[in-house]
Design a protein around this ligand. Sequence first.
Ligand SMILES: C[S@@+](CC[C@H](N)C(=O)[O-])C[C@H]1O[C@@H](n2cnc3c(N)ncnc32)[C@H](O)[C@@H]1O
Length: 209
Amino acid sequence: MKNDFNLIAPVYDKLGRLIFGNSLIDSQRAMLHHLKADNHVLILGGGSGDILKELDKLEMRLSISYVELSSKMVELAKSKQPFKNLEVAFINQNAQSIDLPKADVVITNYFLDVFTLENLSMIMKKIDQALNDSGAWLCTDFRKTNSFFKKALIKLMYLFFKIFSQLEANRLQNFEGQFESLGFKKLDTKFYLGKMIESCAYQKPKLTK
Ligand SMILES: C[S@@+](CC[C@H](N)C(=O)[O-])C[C@H]1O[C@@H](n2cnc3c(N)ncnc32)[C@H](O)[C@@H]1O
């Protein structure tokens, strides 16, 4: 199976902290102020569930659909329960092959980077359809930089995940261009590790009749 994170799931977070310190989790927290109480939030490829702990800390009622392909990641995310403020539906499925639940806010953190350009365009269109008009899409991911060292590190990461997770992607895509082509407006942005990581809040355009 492509994009199979089961083998890597038990060490994924530790490895991330070892290489990037707190930047991975700090970057995932950066745009959470765009959420409002009672929002329905769709999280795709949420991994081990650290994002759920961060959402619970916001002290607002949220209902969450947590779509995650790896059964091991889902087990880890479930082990973060109980939550004080969250009602979570865990959906252990491939986001590419199910009808995604409707949402006010979508969160994709380090998720879009697993896809080839063709599949990225398809999944982003699908997510767009699940998002309500004027909804927010919070997206945190790596981005291309001109630094030789950072380019090499990203190449190494893709090689690592190709070997241990059968990652389908070989390279980082231009996510911003994809958001633009879907008509999304960038509302907010914050960079980490120089400009190697970008956390963004995008707004879906309102449908005009
Ligand atoms: C790079 S990890 C990021 C995990 C988490 N968001 C984080 O930042 O710690 C990508 C995650 O996406 C999940 N994933 C990959 N392809 C998927 C798909 N088609 N549907 C749902 N989840 C998927 C993987 O199982 C993995 O947990």
